[in-house]
Design a protein around this ligand. Structure first.
Ligand SMILES: NC(=O)c1ccc[n+]([C@@H]2O[C@H](COP(=O)([O-])OP(=O)(O)OC[C@H]3O[C@@H](n4cnc5c(N)ncnc54)[C@H](OP(=O)(O)O)[C@@H]3O)[C@@H](O)[C@H]2O)c1
Length: 249
């Protein structure tokens, strides 16, 4: 039986990915900052473990407790939208520590076992915002673009050990808790000189109809985990596929 370890399973994509793999008879290690037993169906194949990807002790403890794993899904992440002038450096650090360094630290933690077993898949969830520049997203996009670049290079050095790396790029998913969670970091509002731009950006978003569903992301992660011939970059969601293909032209 194959085992997947997923970060950030308390809500959104992580929760859906955990459900998807459980339904397909995998052993699932669903990790959460604050473990909750009531969000996933009970199963002998499910372990819920505490993990904060910013905390090296927490990472060590989860790797020790997890036992052998076949697939790591780096899904945990935080969002933020503001002009750079409205972005405190503590917030910049928080975003990079979670989205970028958390992903790198988790990959580093699973690698010795993957290399020794000559088998394993690392799947990093980034975003299609990395496919084109967007207003007010400089820091978030940088944190995810860094993961794209990291993953490409890592894939090269791990190929010799039969360890695969894949990037799943979701589009905009208003149905997860991502926006709500990001709001908590945005309580100081937007700097006044950017007010008109912010209004214009929000109005444009309301016109967009194609979105990404958590199930799209779970399907893309499943493809990455189970199909060695899957593409390195896998856009997930109707809008994501449009954006990704437009950028590739
Ligand atoms: N929703 C979108 O529009 C969208 C689009 C493209 C990409 N993404 C990316 O997709 C991933 C999942 O997002 P989502 O939409 O499912 O958002 P979500 O519902 O907010 O879920 C994010 C998950 O990450 C966890 N998390 C945050 N900081 C963490 C930390 N330090 N250690 C461990 N877990 C942590 C959260 O846990 P807590 O409950 O403890 O906060 C939560 O479980 C993220 O990487 C995000 O950047 C989202």
């Amino acid at each position: 039986m194959k085992t997947v370890l997923i970060t950030g399973c308390s809500s959104g994509f992580g929760l859906e990915i955990a459900r998807y793999f459980l339904e397909r008879d995998w052993r699932v290690i669903a990790t959460m900052r604050s473990p909750r037993e009531d969000v996933l169906p009970r199963s002998e194949r499910l372990s819920i473990l505490a993990l904060d990807v910013k905390d090296p002790h927490s990472i060590r403890a989860v790797i020790d407790a997890a036992g052998p794993i076949d697939v790591l899904v780096n899904n945990a992440g935080i969002g933020f939208l503001n002009a750079l002038e409205g972005t405190p450096m503590d917030t910049v650090r928080d975003i990079f520590e979670t989205n970028t360094l958390g992903t790198i630290a988790m990959a580093q933690a699973v690698l010795p076992r993957f290399r020794e077993r000559r088998e394993g898949v690392i799947i990093n969830v980034t975003s299609t915002v990395t496919c084109r520049p967007l207003h007010l997203l400089s820091v978030y996009t940088a944190s995810k673009s860094a993961v794209n670049a990291f993953s490409e290079s890592l894939a090269l050095e791990l190929a010799q050990f039969n360890v695969r790396v894949r990037v799943v790029l979701p589009g905009r998913a208003p149905s997860t808790r991502f926006g709500e969670n990001a709001q908590a970091r945005m309580k100081n509002g937007f700097p006044e000189p950017y007010g008109a731009l912010v209004q214009q950006i929000f109005a444009n978003w309301e016109k967009e109809t194609a979105v990404t569903h958590a199930s799209d992301v779970a399907e893309a992660v499943w493809l990455a985990a189970t199909d060695p011939s899957s593409p390195f970059n896998i856009p997930a969601g109707e809008d994501a596929v449009e954006w990704y293909n437009a950028a590739a032209k």
